[in-house]
Design a protein around this ligand. Structure first.
Ligand SMILES: *Cc1c(COP(=O)(O)O)cnc(C)c1O
Length: 234
């Protein structure tokens, strides 16, 4: 039997990794007594060329994630012919906020009131956002400190023009993912007390998405398990 190596053939390494992750996500959902349909898998394509995103789109991927504005902007422009939803998952400077709004469907990293204000725009449809919770004590990691979560949520709700989907977090390297995601689940309950519709949880990456699904994640941000190793930092 001959096997094709075209990137979008079902037997390409990319297609195989994507299928394996889709299967892993579905298994994790069933193990948690949840339906796989409740879950959105965002493929994080940072550092990879636009051509890889195009191959993913040909394999049925619609939701892609990026963490740096300039790179994301370039890829979104190059792939404007595709029906992709761009998720911005990285730390965002206020002065770049409006530019990110032009191509991003969802921003996962709203972590301070000044960024909320910078994202506000009149005469455009509401923007979907997550508030990012910092699970570490290091402010440099991005995300709002636990004690400032409620005030930030209230600021988003009062600002107008932003639709709060829920809470986002990255599990710390030095904590059991299951424990970290339990903290995220509790934070999600606090968010829902203020915004009952903001029930989504963006959590879970290549190494810990199973634990995230078990803790109630609705949006998984998965990079290397699907894309393969990232090309080295530019
Ligand atoms: C890079 C990145 C991911 C994906 O990480 P992998 O370990 O490659 O799955 C998810 N979320 C954020 C915020 C990221 O920066």
């Amino acid at each position: 039997m001959t096997t094709s190596t075209s990137p979008t053939s079902s037997s390409s390494p990319l297609a195989e990794r994507l299928a394996a992750v889709r299967e892993g996500v579905a298994d994790a959902a069933r193990a948690a007594g949840r339906s796989p349909e409740e879950l959105t898998t965002i493929v994080v394509t940072k550092f990879h060329p636009a051509s890889l995103v195009r191959d993913l789109a040909a394999l049925g991927v619609r939701d892609v994630g990026e963490n740096r504005h300039q790179e994301a902007q370039e890829k979104a422009a190059e792939l404007a012919d595709l029906d992709l939803r761009w998720h911005f998952v990285g730390q965002l400077q206020g002065k770049k906020a409006r530019q990110v709004r032009r191509y991003a469907s969802v921003i996962h990293s709203v972590d301070r009131p000044s960024l909320v204000d910078a994202l506000r725009m009149d005469d455009v449809p509401d923007l979907d956002v997550f508030v990012q919770l910092n699970l570490t004590d290091d402010p440099g990691r991005g995300g709002v400190a636990d004690g400032d979560l409620e005030p930030l949520v209230e600021h988003v709700l009062a600002a107008g023009g932003l639709r709060l989907l829920g809470v986002m977090a990255v599990a710390p390297l030095d904590e059991e993912p299951a424990r970290a995601f339990e903290r995220v689940r509790l934070a999600s309950e606090r968010v829902r007390r203020l915004a009952p519709d903001a029930a989504a949880i963006s959590a879970g990456m290549s190494q810990d998405y199973r634990e995230a699904v078990a803790a109630g994640a609705t949006h998984l941000r998965i990079g290397t398990a699907i894309t393969g190793n990232r090309p080295s930092l530019r």
